[in-house]
Design a protein around this ligand. Structure first.
Ligand code: ZN
Length: 140
């Protein structure tokens, strides 16, 4: 069995944004030389997500609005207990939880074995700083 590891780096200028990283994962898959196996992609931060969905701008707008309704940005320590630590990112922890930590995609004949509209996204909820995503590919 072969194993391949790569990190992607981000420094998103917005506090919240959703970035299509499918081409980066495809590049890693080509570099790995693995034809049959599994590909794990996970955020290495507790205020960011990796998830699979549609690359449609209206949907991305809907996600941001929905997440901001669920967990609005509010640095006040009276609004979120987590912000009593001196941080201001309680909302980002909550947004990350609902959007997920990681995805696993099957690799078949050297390709990511996606459903028709599936793409992989990095979800940033506490941006304006350098962050990482891990790609781990195992197989043959
Ligand atoms: Zn925090």
């Amino acid at each position: 069995m072969k194993s391949f590891r790569k990190e992607l780096f981000f420094n998103i200028p917005e506090r919240m944004d959703l970035i299509d990283i499918t081409s980066d994962v495809n590049t890693a898959l080509k570099e790995s030389g693995i034809k049959e196996g599994l590909c794990l992609v996970n955020a290495m931060h507790i205020t960011a997500s990796v998830f699979i969905n549609d690359n449609e701008s209206g949907l991305h707008h809907d996600y941001k609005k929905w997440l901001e309704n669920l967990a609005p940005f509010n640095p006040s320590p009276t609004h979120y207990q987590h912000n009593r630590t001196g941080e201001d990112n309680a909302d980002a922890h909550l947004k990350r939880q609902i959007m997920g930590r990681e995805v696993v995609v099957a690799i078949t004949e050297g390709k990511l074995d996606f459903g028709t509209w599936e793409r992989i996204f990095y979800g940033e909820f506490d941006g304006k700083r350098r962050k990482r995503v891990l790609i781990k590919i195992i197989g043959e």
